[in-house]
Ligand binder design. Structure first.
Ligand code: SF4
Ligand SMILES: [Zn+2]
Length: 396
């Protein structure tokens, strides 16, 4: 009797643009420990906050849509806190626990005894994550929520596996995924003339030109949120976010209900509430001519003459908002370039996996990127041989 051999399961590896590909670009080794490890769940501060703020914005939109709370600003204690606790609960159920210096998840009623890193027992405390959540909702909610046509749209596409080798590669395809909010031209046209997002869009000459030459009667804009500051022009993050948005547009264009995607908007939500470290980074960007959003003369002086030992100067809402919104125009050549770049990232990840399967050990298999800022906020620095940083508590 011939016993048939069961063939290997056919698995197509799936990569999320943000939590896999961009995370790998930040540091491959951190990504490995984070995503593919058997370690207890732990999460780099930056990633936790990115997930949290994303969830908060989505949940806030739903509350707004259900007509529960239409008027802004929302109060932190009676409204926003409820959303934060819901998102924290959901993240915990996925094993993602908040860094205690970032978020107070205690309540007065049940956690009298606990203090964590809160200043006292009078919970809840509006720590870093909450300060930023409040600003994000109250700054962008009134302008953004009325423009959203479809929220949390799941995007998915298949690509040929780069450098496919039969018998060696895990699959001949890979999947790429993402989640976006979609704004439609219908909502954009109906919006109030005071809408800030519309104002910023119309200030962009490329947007106007594309609008004039559009051969469809409707279009879309895709939106994503970043729990970070606006990166410097030409920095790796700047470039990676360009690739991300162009790739999202490509993925969206494959969906039958999609209209032409004109632009992508990234919201850099940390710009809305600065701490000293953020201001120091901004000062550096301005002085080195690394930012595309410069302050006016007066604020320029205020920021560039400020020193860490001093109190922070007051920065105008106008400048904060401008820094927080990044409009990226969708262009065919850039889409192709971005897809090529992500193919290279997947090829690199797959190569690292094969190294590890081949027995090289984790730290020798995965490409580390020991940059000061990333290592500073990395939970794995205690045993990462690439990093000899002093262990300290950081905020994103
Ligand atoms: S400590 Fe630095 S090099 Fe090591 S895994 Fe973390 S980010 Fe990467
Ligand atoms: Zn507290």
């Amino acid at each position: 009797m011939v016993v048939s051999v069961r063939s290997k399961p056919y698995i197509i590896p799936e990569y999320s643009l943000t939590s896999d590909l961009l995370a790998y670009l930040t540091c491959g080794l951190q990504y490995r420990y984070q995503n593919k490890g058997t370690l207890p769940p732990s999460m780099p501060v930056q990633l936790w906050f990115g997930n949290f703020i994303h969830g908060v914005m989505e949940e806030a939109y739903l509350k707004w849509k259900e007509e529960e709370w239409k008027d802004f600003p929302w109060e932190w204690e009676t409204q926003i806190r409820e959303i934060e606790m819901e998102i924290d609960k959901r993240m915990r159920s996925r094993g993602l626990y908040p860094p205690l210096n970032l978020f107070c998840s205690f309540t007065m009623e049940t956690d009298e005894e606990k203090k964590g890193l809160c200043p006292d027992h009078l919970h809840p405390h509006k720590l870093v994550a909450s300060l930023r959540a409040e600003k994000s909702i109250n700054t962008w909610g009134p302008h953004l929520f009325p423009l959203i046509d479809d929220h949390e749209v799941r995007l998915k596409g298949l690509r040929d596996m780069p450098n496919y080798k039969e018998g060696l590669s895990r699959s001949n395809y890979y999947g790429v995924t993402g989640i976006v909010d979609v704004l439609s031209s219908v909502q954009l046209e109906e919006a109030s003339s005071k809408n800030l997002i519309i104002k910023y869009l119309h200030q962009e000459p490329i947007f106007k030109e594309k609008l004039d030459n559009l051969d469809s009667d409707s279009y879309e804009i895709i939106v994503d949120y970043k729990g970070m500051n606006r990166p410097g022009v030409g920095s790796p993050s700047w470039q990676h976010h360009q690739w991300q948005v162009q790739t999202y547009a490509w993925l969206r264009s494959k969906q039958p209900e999609a209209k032409p995607v004109m632009a992508g908007i990234l919201f850099y939500l940390n710009e809305l509430h600065h701490f000293k470290k953020d201001l120091q980074e901004l000062k550096k960007q301005i002085k080195n001519n690394e930012t595309d959003v410069l302050p006016d003369k007066e604020e320029y002086k205020l920021i560039t003459s400020w020193k860490m030992s001093e109190d922070m100067p007051i920065i105008s809402d106008n400048y904060r908002n401008l820094r927080s919104i990044h409009i990226i125009h969708i262009q065919k050549p850039l889409i192709n370039e971005s897809l090529d770049n992500f193919d290279k990232v997947v090829s690199s990840i797959e190569g690292n996996i094969l190294n590890e399967i081949g027995g090289k050990g984790i730290q020798n298999s995965w490409k580390a990127n020991p940059e000061r800022r990333t290592c500073d906020a990395c939970d794995f620095k205690t045993f990462c041989k690439e990093s000899d940083l002093i262990k300290e508590i950081t905020v994103p």
